[in-house]
Design a protein around this ligand. Structure first.
Ligand code: MSP
Length: 492
């Protein structure tokens, strides 16, 4: 059995989950579900990043101790993912004792390898990004990544010999062109690595909320170092299920944090003598109604509000449909409504409703010759999903939805009877059954509703060929309802 280890970034708990976190997690969930459907042994990891200055400050602002604060926030993330049908196998918190153990073992390993030395860090620090910024990188005196205020830091610190790994990293990218995906983003990282790598400050004296640096107590590990190691602690490295699942098949990350995953992480692993992950995929960012997302703009859409109004599956569908995985895109409630009305209601909902109506009225045998399987290339869809190309995969599935709808009209099903009608219904139901399997990673609730109405068993991807239809149909109303755009625009 093939294994598949997929991760999301672990999210800072300074704030509640927003649409960006929901996107990353949902995309990873889609791949995890897809691989389960293939019959793979899947390990899907998400979690929370609970240490560091940013979280410490957020706790102080609420007048809470950090432990109390992170417990409450982590619970919010867990609850949120549960509500969104996220099927993670483990939820890793960086305050988990297992994580601390793994981090300490890992640090010891790279310390013993001679890759850590004592020095002094002098430069800038961006707390919202938890990132060191050099004098040269500053943009108008602000953080070059997020544009926010940076703070001068001058303190004793231990460093990781990142510079030593420059050539090994370039060799890795060379040897494995799929390591950094998508390709158009990879070049940026590769060029930066070619320019040279500074050693990385990995401990802080002025920060208290973190994992202690055992080799010189009184220093706390840099939050990013602590965080990256979660991908190993979830497997209970060096023992546990490490051998079963490592190397990770894909770390799904946003483009803003590709550097940490594509450069720092593999270098740390090389130092510890551990194989690098197979792939780091950096996805694009959502703007909201054409504007950069941010609380200050007051336009941070709350995914809970969205799903309460439109349903979890509609949001998942929109994520996949609106933005090719890897590119940037725009989130707008108007566009979401347009997709619900035009595609979920008119294409899919209608198809299922019409077909089940025909099937229920029909008293004869639902049997015939496969016709609607011709244009459907399952191997092609599998290939697309292997490349993480959800955008073209959903389009290929949707083409089958449209083709099946057209078939009803072409056959003028409403005029048929007897064997001819039985044959048409057979093709419709088999096509819908296969569509419901293919859609299940994308829209699990909808897929389940269709399956129940068809009266068939839960099936994997090896059941996507047309066979004998074995269900007992029972129609249960419409899958989706239409929304009015006017109503929405009054209340954006
Ligand atoms: N804690 C680090 C990750 C450590 S992983 C070892 C972190 N956390 S975060 O809470 O800031 O989460 C960031 C994730 O949300 C990133 O993958 C980021 O790209 C994603 N998004 C944040 N805003 C986003 C959009 N507007 N659009 C899409 N994704 C965005 O970074």
């Amino acid at each position: 059995m093939a294994k598949f280890y997929i991760t999301t970034p672990i999210y800072y708990v300074n704030d509640k989950p927003h649409i960006g976190h929901t996107y990353t997690t949902t995309m990873a969930d889609i791949f995890a579900r897809w691989h389960r459907l293939l019959g793979d042994d899947v390990f899907f990891l998400t979690g929370t990043d609970e240490h560091g200055e940013k979280v410490q400050k957020a706790a102080e602002k609420q007048g809470l101790g950090p432990e109390e604060f992170v417990d409450a926030m982590a619970a919010q993330f867990m609850e949120r993912w549960k509500g969104f049908g996220i099927t993670n196998d483990v939820f890793m918190r960086t305050t988990d004792p297992q994580h601390e153990r793994t981090v300490k073992d890992f640090i010891k390993k790279i310390y013993d390898a001679g890759d850590i030395y004592k020095g002094e860090y002098e430069g800038w620090y961006c707390t919202p990004d938890e990132t060191f910024v050099t004098e040269l990188q500053l943009k108008d005196g602000k953080c070059p990544y997020c544009g926010r205020e940076v703070r001068k830091v001058k303190e004793e610190s231990y460093f990781f010999r990142l510079g030593k790994y420059q050539q090994m990293l370039l060799d890795l990218y060379d040897r494995n062109p799929d390591f950094l995906s998508p390709r158009f983003r990879a070049m940026e990282t590769i060029n930066r690595v070619k320019e040279g790598l500074n050693d990385l400050s990995i401990t802080r004296k002025s920060v208290k909320w973190g994992i202690e640096f055992e080799q010189d107590k009184g220093n706390v590990l840099y939050v990013w170092l602590d965080a990256l190691i979660n991908y190993l602690s979830a497997l209970k490295w060096p023992d546990g299920t490490f051998e079963d699942f490592w190397p990770a098949d894909v770390h799904v990350v946003g483009k803003d944090i590709a550097w940490f995953h594509a450069v720092i992480w593999p270098a740390l692993l090389m130092s510890a003598g551990i194989e690098p992950p197979k792939k780091v995929f950096s996805h694009g960012w959502w703007t909201i109604e054409g504007r950069k997302m941010g609380k200050s703009l007051g336009n941070a859409v709350d995914p809970v509000d969205i799903t309460r109004k439109y349903g979890v599956d509609a949001l998942r569908y929109y994520f996949v449909r609106e933005m090719p995985f890897g590119e940037d895109g725009d989130f707008s409630e108007g566009k979401l409504i347009a997709r619900i009305n035009g595609e979920l209601v008119d294409d899919l909902g209608n198809l299922v409703y019409r077909s089940l109506t025909l099937a229920e009225r029909f008293g004869g045998n639902i049997t015939g010759t496969p016709e609607l399987d011709r244009g459907l290339d399952i191997e092609n869809i599998k290939g697309l999903m292997q490349k993480l190309d959800t955008f073209n995969a959903i389009e290929a599935i949707w083409e089958q939805v449209r083709r099946t709808n057209r078939y009803i009209n072409e056959k003028q099903a409403w005029k048929l009877s007897g064997e001819q009608l039985g044959n048409v219904i057979y093709n419709l139901l088999e096509s819908i059954r296969v569509i419901s399997i293919l859609l299940s990673p994308f829209m699990p609730e909808t897929s389940e509703k269709i399956r129940v109405q068809l009266g068939v068993e839960k099936q994997g991807l090896n059941h996507c060929g047309f066979g004998e239809f074995r269900g007992k149909v029972s129609k249960q109303g419409h899958l989706f309802e239409k929304f009015s755009r006017e109503k929405h625009s009054e209340n954006p």
